[in-house]
Each structure stands twice: as structure tokens, then as C-alpha cells.
Design a protein around this ligand. Structure first.
Ligand SMILES: *[C@@H]1O[C@H](CO)[C@@H](O)[C@H](O)[C@H]1NC(C)=O
Ligand SMILES: *[C@@H]1O[C@H](CO)[C@@H](O)[C@H](O)[C@H]1NC(C)=O
Ligand SMILES: *[C@@H]1O[C@H](CO)[C@@H](O)[C@H](O)[C@H]1NC(C)=O
Length: 335
């Protein structure tokens, strides 16, 4: 009986071993890394966006502004704003905090998920943002975080991380087990906001598949990414896309239709340190998945401070552009 059990166990471990090859993925390290410092005093380029001419990146920072990188000679363009240079999170409710950024490649308009000001849009020639949506059924959004756009329909998919806690109080959302996060959609024709998923524990990054048939959404507090079908026989079904060992932050689709999820490593605070070397690399801070959830590439933070607490990995022009909600720079890795 015991022997039978052991041989069964052996058999299953063989199956497991053969179906999960240890390192079928490519590891990106810090060898070709450099960084672009932000203007003095501001921090937190959570999200990275390039416009429809490929210019940028554009980043949203701690004082509520959106900055555009014009290259090493001209540096950052810095629109003037009332809170210039602020890193004081108590003023965020009056300064705004742009977290999710994405250009609609068809219209060249920039869409912004601002944690305090709601869903915003800036026209192709820049200028003041227009507020598209700030509430649902009369209840204001509390903590908008990330977005993606269907460039054909113009529908915007976005997350409200919590209906209880503002961004500057985010540790409380985790500590209290808050599950009021939502995945929402904004339809530009009807100007209506609808709920796609609710009861999420720290709803975070969102990305639409290349053919617009499904969405991925990160639930940071449980280290999960969910897949929600939008079309076909499974429309509005939801399933687990992947269970991580660290919380995912933003998810960005690549030109090849794959997805980079930034793993906000939160070393020492919350990261799951149980046998980390048995999972991907010692210090995975980003993972690239195919549409089925297979790991294609891993970004290794090498345990140092450089890529600690990263929030986004954006693949553009053969480089990885790396955002963080706390750092004073944008990371760049040439492949
Ligand atoms: C880092 O990556 C480079 C380029 O892919 C590779 O040549 C090098 O061996 C790697 N270094 C380490 C320490 O893994
Ligand atoms: C807010 O800012 C203070 C002072 O910089 C910092 O200690 C605190 O961790 C920040 N809170 C959050 C939630 O980021
Ligand atoms: C950490 O990982 C271990 C092993 O995979 C697992 O048993 C444990 O539940 C994880 N802890 C959290 C907080 O996810």
C-alpha cells in the first residue's frame, strides 16, 4: 500500500516535472540598464505612455502633472500647475495623481485614470484635461488606478481600486482586507459607466487582448490576475489567468499581443519570500505572459534597490521602459 502510494507520487512528480520545464523563459537582467531622472523633487512615474507618433514617454508624477520626455538634450517638458514639485501625499486630493496613462492610437487622445479626478482625456494638441467620468450611480470613484482602450469602439476599461480608501491611504486597503475594488467600462457613445467585475481585493492593472476578446485585470492583494471574456460564447465569464507570488501592478500589452505584468515587489513588506528561488528567478519584478498565461520572459531585479517597487513595464522600440509609483526616475533596458 505504502509502496503503491510512493510510486504514484513518483509518477505524478514525473508528470509535473515534464509539464513545467524549469526555465523555458528568457531572463532580462540589468546589464543594459540606464535611467532617466525626473525633474527635481517629483517622484512616482507609475505609468508610461507613448503618443501615436511614438514620442515620449509621457508619465504622471507625484505633483499631479503629466510630463513628456523630449530626449536627452531637451529633457522633460513640464506644464505649469498649482502643485509644482510636490511629493506631499496629503495634498493629492487637490493636486490629483495621474496613475494610468494610455493614448488611443486612432485618435491620438491621451486617456488618464487619475486617482482623485476620475477618468480624464487630453486632446491631441495637449491642453487642459476633460473629465469624462467621475462617479457611478451618483457615488464618486475613490481610487482610479489603471486603464486600457479599445481603439475601434473607443470603450475605456479601467479600475477603481477601492470604494473606501483613497490612494494615499492604500496600505489600509491591504491591511483591512478591503474587497471593494471594481473593473469598470466607459462607453464614449452613451457616456455611461458600467461595472464589469466587483468585490476585487485591490483592483489594479488592466489590459485588453489584441483582438479585444478578453481583458486581464490584476487583483493585487491576492497576487492574482483574472481573465474576463468580453465576446463569444464565454462572454463575461471570468477565470484565474495566473496566481503569482508577488502582487501585480500594471499590465501592458506588447505589439506582439503578449502582456508584461509589473510585480510590485514590496520587498520586506509583503512579498512572499517562501522559497523565492524556486519561482522564476530569485527576484522577479516583471513577467511577460502569452495569451494563455505561459511565462515568456522574466525581468530580474537582482535584489537591489533599482527595480524595487516597480509599477509598469512597457515594451517600446526594442526597449523596456519601467515605471514606479515611488522612484524618481524612469528605468530603461535595451534588449
Ligand atoms: C545578463 O544578460 C546578458 C544579456 O542577455 C547576458 O549576456 C548575461 O550573461 C546576463 N548576466 C547574468 C549575470 O545573468
Ligand atoms: C505619504 O508620505 C509620507 C511622507 O513622505 C510617507 O511616509 C508615507 O509612507 C506616504 N504614504 C503612502 C501611503 O504612500
Ligand atoms: C507564499 O507562498 C507559499 C508557497 O507557495 C504559500 O503556501 C503561501 O500561502 C504564500 N503566502 C501568501 C501570502 O500568498
Amino acid at each position: 500500500m505504502k509502496l503503491y502510494f510512493l510510486s504514484l507520487l513518483f509518477f505524478f512528480s514525473l508528470i509535473l516535472a515534464s509539464s513545467t520545464p524549469a526555465s523555458a523563459f528568457f531572463v532580462v537582467n540589468l546589464t543594459n540598464y540606464h535611467q532617466i531622472e525626473l525633474p527635481k523633487s517629483v517622484v512616482g512615474p507609475e505609468s508610461i505612455a507613448f503618443d501615436c507618433r511614438g514620442k515620449g514617454p509621457y508619465v504622471g508624477v507625484s505633483d499631479g502633472r503629466i510630463l513628456k520626455w523630449q530626449g536627452p538634450c531637451r529633457g522633460w517638458t513640464e506644464p505649469r500647475k498649482i502643485c509644482d514639485g510636490s511629493t506631499d501625499n496629503t495634498t493629492e486630493p487637490i493636486c490629483g495623481r495621474p496613475l494610468g496613462l494610455k493614448f488611443n492610437p486612432k485618435t491620438c487622445e491621451l486617456y488618464i485614470a487619475d486617482a482623485y479626478f476620475g477618468l480624464l482625456k487630453i486632446g491631441r494638441n495637449g491642453g487642459r484635461p476633460q473629465q469624462l467620468a467621475t462617479s457611478l450611480n451618483g457615488v464618486p470613484f475613490r481610487f482610479l488606478n489603471a486603464l486600457d482602450i479599445d481603439s475601434q469602439s473607443g470603450i475605456v476599461y479601467f479600475t477603481d481600486t477601492s470604494t473606501v480608501y483613497q490612494r494615499r491611504l492604500w496600505p489600509l486597503s491591504i491591511a483591512t482586507g478591503d474587497k471593494t475594488g471594481r473593473l469598470l467600462q466607459y462607453d464614449p457613445c452613451t457616456k455611461k459607466v458600467t461595472v464589469l467585475l466587483d468585490n476585487l481585493a485591490f483592483a489594479n492593472g488592466v489590459a485588453l487582448s489584441e483582438d479585444s476578446s478578453f481583458l486581464l485585470v490584476a487583483e493585487s492583494a491576492t497576487f492574482k490576475i483574472f481573465k474576463l471574456w468580453l465576446r463569444g460564447p464565454k462572454a463575461y465569464d471570468v477565470k484565474l489567468f495566473t496566481q503569482l507570488k508577488r502582487p501585480a501592478d500594471n499590465i501592458k500589452r506588447t505589439n506582439g499581443g503578449e502582456f508584461w505584468a509589473a510585480l510590485n515587489s514590496l520587498r520586506g513588506l509583503q512579498g512572499n519570500q517562501t522559497s523565492p528561488s524556486l519561482w522564476l528567478t530569485k527576484d522577479p519584478v516583471g513577467v511577460k505572459f502569452d495569451e494563455q498565461g505561459n511565462v515568456m520572459e522574466v525581468l530580474d531585479g537582482e535584489g537591489g534597490p533599482t527595480l524595487e517597487s516597480i509599477s509598469e513595464v512597457e515594451e517600446h522600440n526594442g526597449k523596456l521602459w519601467i515605471g514606479s509609483v515611488v522612484k524618481s526616475y524612469v528605468g530603461v533596458i535595451k534588449s
